[in-house]
Design a protein around this ligand. Structure first.
Ligand SMILES: Cc1cc2nc3c(=O)[nH]c(=O)nc-3n(C[C@H](O)[C@H](O)[C@H](O)COP(=O)(O)OP(=O)(O)OC[C@H]3O[C@@H](n4cnc5c(N)ncnc54)[C@H](O)[C@@H]3O)c2cc1C
Length: 483
């Protein structure tokens, strides 16, 4: 017997390996629903995420239509909308895939209780992680605070479940007018920037949606993975998968990645060595670990994990923050990263670490100011990965880089962008400088600057801070905090 079902899409915008959608499609005709959540507890999505979401929902709607389904879009508080829709549409089964932020967990719990109390079958699943945050523990059942033992324990859990195929058919549930009236066209969600339309660079860089994610994974396993161990630190090369926004929005899941990688390796079809594959999986492990941390520390984005940092003498400076945000610090690698971010909504991991370190340590700005900017501008902005990574760089995190380890953006540039290719791409006003000068133009000779058409302080800013002075000031601030 069929059971009218509702699948609530959240960060699982795909048809394949979507256990909650599969359960709904198996039960009966399905109301496929996405709610742009404007509930009081939700952190509003950043601008870049809103752009990505819009494109992803569009492709999801098209994919569902090819299976006989229909994606219904609504805007509002799910705590209010969902019970009303369930009653009015005569739904008997509600499915979703689980999320791990405190406010989301509370909402899901509340809804499960309310709907179950009305006799509705409510089923939730894991589609987002290899292991859910409570599944990996110390031998005494405690959360794990350090990555290496975390990942060792996670690996001991064995193979993740084999990915499910997309349902053959996802027939749309006919809706009463009262529910239909709650739906809105995608354009009415106002997700895409209009005046001005700043998304051109993102459109050129990305193909949001499940098909784009699968293509990117196949490309990466088939060729990009070769040399990952070394190339992943090279912003001047396409050395990483760029799967992060696809993973964040659930257009592809980590179990699919795990199995695709193992299948390709076993068949001899994966580019790259076993070490490349292991290293890549361990990065997926950092994503898992970050979710583990967020689940066990719900205020990870707002509170120092290490409370000693509550006494850190930050020196808030809006002008310095604005120069960092706009890529006008006068430090080429930092500016290149911040401009890549602004244009494409993404930044290379090595450069993320460098720009974050520069903001926190050389400029003494609170890591939360950087976290907030990334939240607004990254297409992969993620409550777990972003907060955990900022705290890692700050030194205030669980398994953190020690505060006194301060990245030098010049030597980072010389090591990881040795020919200056990355800097030349994003800071074209420096393109004429030699490889030797490109990472510290303020040290170039008058003649080199003149020949390259660079005038420090005019065509390109002078450094916002002297790097040696900034480093020492950061170390002094750290010592003051400890005392
Ligand atoms: C200050 C700072 C902020 C960051 N904010 C985010 C964020 O909001 N969202 C986000 O997804 N990542 C964030 N990262 C982590 C990392 O930079 C990106 O995941 C990575 O650059 C994405 O590129 P990729 O997909 O090519 O990575 P790959 O090297 O191909 O890695 C594969 C996947 O592993 C995961 N991953 C890789 N590195 C990390 C990491 N250090 N922590 C957690 N997961 C990781 C990502 O899901 C990534 O897609 C941040 C890092 C720093 C230093």
């Amino acid at each position: 017997m069929t059971k009218p079902a509702l699948h609530w899409f959240r960060n699982d915008l795909r048809l394949a390996d979507n256990p909650a959608l599969a359960a709904a499609a198996e039960a009966g005709p399905v109301l496929c629903l996405y709610i742009l959540d404007t509930g009081p507890e939700r952190r509003p999505l950043g601008g870049a995420s809103r752009w990505w979401l819009s494109r992803s929902l569009e492709t999801l709607g098209e994919a569902l239509a090819r299976k006989g389904g229909r994606l219904m879009l609504m805007q509002g508080d799910p705590a209010v909308l969902l019970p009303r829709i369930v009653t009015e549409a005569g739904i008997r089964l509600v499915t979703w895939n689980r999320r791990y932020e405190a406010s989301e967990i509370a909402l899901d719990r509340e809804l499960k209780e309310e709907l179950s109390g009305q006799g509705i079958d409510v089923r939730s699943f894991n589609s987002h992680l290899l292991n859910e945050p409570w599944q990996v523990t110390t031998t005494t059942g405690q959360p794990i605070k350090v990555f290496t033992p975390y990942w060792r324990a996670a690996r001991q859990k064995g193979e993740p479940a084999a990915p499910l195929p997309a349902p053959e058919r996802i027939p749309a549930l006919p809706l009463p007018d009262s529910v239909d009236a709650l739906t809105v066209p995608l354009s009415d969600l106002g997700l895409e920037p209009r005046k001005p339309d700043w998304a051109g660079g993102m459109r050129a860089a990305w193909a949001p949606g499940e098909a784009g994610a699968v293509m990117r994974l196949d490309d990466f396993i088939g060729s990009g993975l070769a040399g990952y161990v070394g190339d992943r630190d090279r912003p001047d090369r396409a050395g990483t998968s760029r799967l992060s926004p696809h993973l964040h929005f659930g257009e592809i899941g980590p179990c699919q990645i795990w199995h695709a990688l193992h299948h390709a390796s076993a068949a001899g079809e994966a580019a790259g060595s076993e070490q490349d594959a292991e290293k890549f999986l361990s990065e997926i492990g950092w994503r898992e670990f970050s979710h583990h941390l967020l689940f066990h520390t719900p205020d990870l984005a707002t509170r120092n994990y290490d409370s000693r940092f509550d006494a850190f003498p930050w020196q808030p400076d809006d002008a310095a923050l604005a120069r960092w945000q706009r890529g006008r610090t006068g430090i080429p690698l930092v500016d290149a990263g911040m401009r890549e971010l602004w244009t494409t909504g993404w930044m290379h991991n090595r450069v993320r670490m460098v720009v974050a370190s520069f903001l926190i340590k050389h400029l003494l700005q609170d890591w939360r100011a950087g976290e907030t900017w990334f939240w607004d501008t990254l297409v992969d902005a993620d409550a777990a990965n972003n907060a955990a990574s900022w705290q890692w760089v700050a030194g205030s995190g669980a398994d953190a880089s020690p505060y006194f380890r301060i990245f030098n953006p010049v030597t980072q540039g010389e090591t990881h962008d040795p020919r200056g290719t990355y800097v030349r791409r994003w800071v074209p006003e420096l393109a004429g400088l030699s490889d030797k000068d490109i990472h510290q133009p303020w040290k170039a000779s008058e003649r080199s600057l003149r020949e390259a058409g660079v005038r420090i302080g005019e065509t390109y800013p002078a450094p916002l801070v002297d790097l040696a002075f900034g480093r020492q000031r950061a170390l002094d601030a750290f010592a003051a905090m400890r005392n």
